[in-house]
Design a protein around this ligand. Sequence first.
Ligand code: ADP
Ligand code: MG
Length: 317
Amino acid sequence: LFKGGIVMESLASIKAVVMDKTGTITKGNFDVSSVKSSGYVTEGELLKICASCESTSTHPIAESIVKYAKEKNADFAAAENVEELSGMGIKAVYEGRNVLCGNKRLMDKFNVSVPSENNETGGTEVIVAVDGKYAGRIVISDTIKEEAKSAIGKIKKQNIVTAMLTGDTEKTAEAVAKTTGIDELHAKLMPEDKLNELKNIRNKHGEVMFVGDGINDAPVLAGADVGAAMGSGADAAIEAADVVFMKSNMESIPDSIAISKKSVAVSRQNVVFAIAVKVIVLGITGIYSNMWLAVFADTGVALICILNSVRILYSRY
Ligand code: ADP
Ligand code: MG
């Protein structure tokens, strides 16, 4: 869905496509792969505490932890004073205890020391702290969309640079970039850093399209030359975007660019053709033109232009 023809014109001259990772390149359906407690609370408690604090968040990470807790029949309840720190995680009070669930940055902010641990799986870690003490971590993994690699390939074939922005760690980001063939990657970004990074990419390559789901990336969506939202994204994103993909399939990115390029080319053809016919008819017959010739030069040409435009509907990408 293109919101206006000007969007198509901008899209036809895009030089770089910048994408968010979670929910755009990956499915955003995380699976919990391990729950490890530090011994300060039991594993069951760790899951219960974390799910309680995440239960009101719409972040894909939060939703998957809540889903897992339900599957495990953990009896969690809504936490109090829930604060969502975007790009970091959750701060809340559960059963009178201060809880933090999020990444290393969140732990650093509240001076919680976290023992380093090898995380070979490359999954995303949600670290949990209770009353300022490290309580354990829940490792979750997301899957890359099946079509991601071929879609990135198609974008590159259009001579467009591809880049990924994410708030996740470098390790997770690198794994995704490697599998999909994305040119540039920028990890560990706060939502506001994403906009700066977008501006850098714009200075380097030219007009940028940003594709995201609107969760922690709404400012970038609004700041790009063309902002595109995945159909599965947040309502605010769909509102703010210039282009909305009806499915959350990544092939929509190269397709929308191809459709725009084709449409702009066809409308140029039509403009040139319509003016040329009028000039020629006027040149041959002068102002005292033959009636039928004049009708052709005006309405006939318009019909031909419409038929020419209809071709776009039948093109395959
Ligand atoms: P992305 O760029 O991958 O879409 P976000 O900006 O949404 O990531 O989030 C960045 C990081 O912040 C996540 O990888 C996660 O570590 C942390 N985070 C954000 N929201 C939450 C949450 N509700 N619970 C736990 N961690 C979170
Ligand atoms: Mg996101």
